[in-house]
Ligand binder design. Structure first.
Ligand code: NIG
Ligand code: FE
Length: 413
């Protein structure tokens, strides 16, 4: 018989657990008819129902045989921005390439103008709906990048908004400094000087003010060179920040190989990644973050080398890349669906990519991403017959309850 200790506050009973824990045998790490015991916002035990003894003072949630998964993790997003780029999308549909629009001063720089025009409070207001949409479909941890400010003041404004979103809503935010997203207009033709500013001012101050936990870059012909990115990654590591990169998205650059020297959390996009890059990622233990939304909206024809990544045993995460230019949608379930339909992942791989592997891509392996003892009680109860439905059936929301740190969301308790 399993005895639960006194601090137990909540027990979810009669649940089919898709633990996503690979040490639990079987698809999705399934544990049938189990209880999840929660103490102090963390999972303290997983108990077969036949062995459960519920303490009299515990709050009991009867899942009634429903599936329970870990909270979903969106490990790559740009949800804080002003304005829209819908006019550019119309142009792109008529055949004008994204890179051409960027070279003419549009693209990311259009969003920079619109973001700079907003006060911090206004920026918070326009970003709220995006976060709420992600929360509604089960996201409990969200990475948010800066990158539409491109000055110390404006980048930090974005990062403060990201932080405030985590204080306003029941969601954990992982803020990332992406100052190297584009060369700002003030530094046109002087990219190295801007890189210097990032290294000397933004990275140390972001660390000091605890505004970012990682540093990202856009390593691309229309953005920053591999050498510039290398310097930024080195500085970030020296200041104790994690690193990641938008690499090999639009063209091959060997950026991933260089990134791999810095023990990255992840390498993201990867449409043009080659075997060399795959091997480097496998060696350094970084996660490959697939962003099928950007691939879809860009009408890209080159796919990330999913088979090579699988063969090399590189963990693959899946994220929305929610942003106004290349991936303007707020649905991690849609991103998972695209990862299956466009990139050939199985639904189980897609769900792994937004739970276990996404946690790793945010340096949170021991903290969230699976249903296991010691992990935070960020849990979702779904009205589905099979976990693949989370990935397959779009347009209806089968999420019944969302729990963050052991507390059900207010509207659902
Ligand atoms: O992840 N590739 C660079 N950054 C974003 C696009 C940003 C934008 O176009 O606004 C991405 O696709
Ligand atoms: Fe991105």
């Amino acid at each position: 018989m399993n005895t639960l200790n006194k601090v137990t506050d909540t027990v979810i009973i009669h649940a089919q657990l898709a633990t996503m824990d690979t040490s639990v045998p079987g698809a999705y790490g399934t544990l049938r008819d189990h209880a999840v015991v929660i103490s102090g916002g963390k999972i303290s035990a997983l108990v077969p129902m036949a062995e459960l003894k519920v303490p009299p003072d515990a709050h009991v949630i009867d899942a009634q045989g429903r599936w329970v998964t870990p909270g979903l993790i969106d490990c790559h997003s740009h949800v804080v921005f002003g304005g829209t780029r819908v006019h550019e999308w119309e142009k792109r549909l008529c055949g004008v390439p994204y890179t051409e629009i960027a070279r003419q001063g549009g693209g990311i720089l259009n969003s920079v103008r619109a973001t700079r025009a907003l006060s911090e409070d206004q920026l918070l207001e326009v970003s709220c709906e995006r976060v709420k949409a992600l929360i509604r479909e089960g996201v409990t941890c969200l990475e948010i990048k800066s990158g539409y400010g491109l000055s110390t003041e404006e980048e930090f404004k974005m990062l403060r908004v990201a932080k405030r979103l985590g204080q306003l809503y029941s969601i954990e935010i992982s803020p990332t400094l992406l100052a190297a997203h584009a060369v700002p207009p003030e530094y046109k033709g002087r990219a190295d000087e801007y890189v210097d500013l990032i290294i000397r001012e933004m990275i140390p101050h972001a660390k000091e003010q605890q505004l970012a936990e990682a540093v990202d870059v856009f390593c691309e012909t229309i953005a920053f060179t591999v050498e510039q990115c290398d310097c930024i990654w080195s500085a970030a590591r020296q200041h104790g920040l994690a690193v990641k990169g938008h690499v090999e998205q639009l063209s091959p650059s060997q950026g991933t190989v260089t990134l791999a020297h810095h023990q990255p959390w992840s390498a993201d996009h990867l449409e043009y990644l080659d075997q060399n890059g795959v091997n480097a990622l496998a060696r350094c233990g970084g996660v490959a973050v697939l962003l099928p939304g950007a691939y879809y909206f860009m009408r890209e024809k080159t796919m990330p080398p999913v088979k090579l990544l699988q063969q090399a045993g590189v963990p693959m995460a899946v994220a929305t890349d929610m942003n106004p230019g290349t991936s303007p949608f707020c649905s991690l379930r849609l991103a998972m669906n695209m990862a299956c339909v466009l990139f050939g992942l199985t639904p189980e791989e897609a769900l792994m990519g937004t739970t276990r592997h996404a946690a790793r891509a945010l340096g949170r392996s021991g903290h969230c991403g699976t249903i296991a003892v010691g992990k935070v009680a960020d849990l979702l109860i779904w009205n589905i017959d099979h976990p693949a439905e989370i990935v397959c059936s779009l347009g209806v929301n089968p999420l019944v309850h969302r729990m963050f740190r052991g507390q059900l969301d207010a509207s659902q308790s």
